[in-house]
Each structure stands twice: as C-alpha cells, then as structure tokens.
Design a protein around this ligand. Structure first.
Ligand code: TMP
Length: 246
C-alpha cells in the first residue's frame, strides 16, 4: 500500500501478461464491476492513454519500417509511460480513484529485458526516470502458454511484436513475467489465463477485493487521524514538488 505519507489516496492496479492473455478484456470487466460497486475507476493502457502515448504507440507497434532497436523500444515505452503517469495516473490517484492499467513497467522488463536482452538494471533506471517510485499496489499477471496466446485472435490490432518476433522471444517474455512475479509475491497475483473469461474475471476480482478492502481500511484510519489531505486542498505546485521528491 503506497499512500505517500497519507497524501496519495488512490489504488493502482496493473494487469500484465504475454500476448493473447486477455488482460484488456479483464481490465474492462474489472472496471465495470468496481464501478457498479460504487468505486471511481480509471482504465488506461500502455503504450497509450495520452495523445503523446498514442502517437508513440503507433510508432512502437505499427511502424515496422522504422526498425527500432531494443534500446529505442525501451526509451519510447518509457517516454509514453512518463506522460501517462503525469497526465492520467497520478492525477487519478490524487483524486482517490482506482487506476486500472493494461500493462505497465513490468512489460518493459519482460519484453525489452527478458525478451530482447536489455540489461534489467538499465531498464530499472529508465523506469525510475519515467515514474519515480510509483509502484502498483497490485499486479495481476494473467499467464497463458505462448502458443495459445499467439493463436488467440480477439479482433484487436496485431502488433510488431506479434508479427515479427519469433516464438522463442515470447517464451522468454513469459518466463520473465513469471520470474518477476516470483520475486515479488506481495505485489503479484498470477492467474491462469487458460480458463474461461468468466473464471479469469472471478480470479482477478478475488485478487483485487481483499487488497481494496485493506486499502479502504487504511484510508479510513488515516482519515480518522486526519492525516489524509483532501486532493482539493493540494495545490498544483505542491503536487509538483511532491512528484519531484520521489
Ligand atoms: P497490447 O497492449 O495490445 O498488449 O500491445 C502492446 C505490445 O507492446 C505488446 O506486444 C507488448 C509490447 N510492450 C513492450 O514490448 N514493452 C512495454 O513496455 C509495453 C508496455 C508493451
């Protein structure tokens, strides 16, 4: 739980997984359920979610002719991420909302790190520059075997990574995600993406609900103690200086 000394009030949930894991569908379903339960949710995605991010997404996923090298990929994904955090994620967290993000920094570690061989330490430094210490409160990894994921067509866009990259790359990505989850069991929950959409949805909800309840409890305690500052009372310069401190 990351309340930044009682000031950051939102809950940050990320969905990760290899190709075809169904995380975009699950992000929408989870948001619908939480919204119906009275929570304010923001759903966003990486790369994308801002005008800059969507422009970078076009370059990253569809401009095959530009042939970005893995280091360029890592920089571009992080450029989109920095913008998304500043424009969308942090403001929503300040407002006390639940942010559901379809992919986040773990994807860069899995794809550009484990998949494409960029050093993890260098990638973590880029991440620090892009997002500071912002860490998801919960990351749900929807795991599917590579062949199954690549074979699934959900009618969505086909990306450069699906089209151009060999299966061995995607195996390394999947193993990378599983290694990241094993290294941080407090943050990650791994869900078997081979089940039906409904069963996966239920599993995602089972992962989220106790953590959201714990977060509600923490916020209630903080507000009784008077340590939570209503976002309306935090001026923009104040928010900016807090961001720089991270
Ligand atoms: P998706 O959002 O439809 O899954 O497409 C995003 C693609 O970009 C997917 O192939 C994974 C890849 N990707 C990376 O390689 N690194 C990253 O940091 C992110 C966010 C995505």
């Amino acid at each position: 739980m990351h309340l930044d000394g009682g000031r950051r009030r939102g809950f940050f949930l990320t969905l990760e997984g290899p190709e075809g894991s169904g995380k975009s569908t699950q992000a929408r379903r989870l948001a619908a359920t939480l919204t119906a339960a009275g929570r304010r949710c923001v759903v966003t995605r990486e790369p994308g979610g801002t005008a800059l991010g969507e422009a970078v997404r076009q370059i990253l996923l569809h401009s095959v002719e530009l042939s970005p090298v893995p280091a360029a990929d890592a920089l571009l994904f992080n450029a989109a991420r920095a913008q998304l955090v500043a424009e969308v994620i942090e403001p929503a967290l300040w407002r006390g909302e639940v942010v559901i993000c379809d992919r986040f920094a773990d994807s860069t570690l899995a794809y550009q790190g484990y998949g494409a061989g960029q050093p993890l330490e260098a990638l973590r430094s880029l991440q620090q520059l892009a997002v500071g210490d912002l860490t998801p409160d919960l990351t749900v990894l929807i795991d599917v075997p590579v062949e199954e994921g690549l074979a699934r067509k959900d009618g969505g866009e086909t990306t450069r990574f699906e089209e151009r990259v060999e299966v061995a790359f995607h195996r390394r990505v999947r193993e990378g995600f599983l290694a990241l989850a094993a290294a941080d069991p407090a943050r990650f929950v791994v869900v078997d993406g081979l089940h039906t959409l409904d069963l996966v949805e239920a599993a995602v909800l089972r992962a989220a609900e106790p953590r959201l309840a714990a977060w509600d409890e923490l916020r209630a305690v903080e507000s009784r103690r008077g340590t939570t500052v209503p976002s309306a009372l935090v001026s923009e310069p104040d928010r900016g200086s807090l961001r720089m401190k991270r």
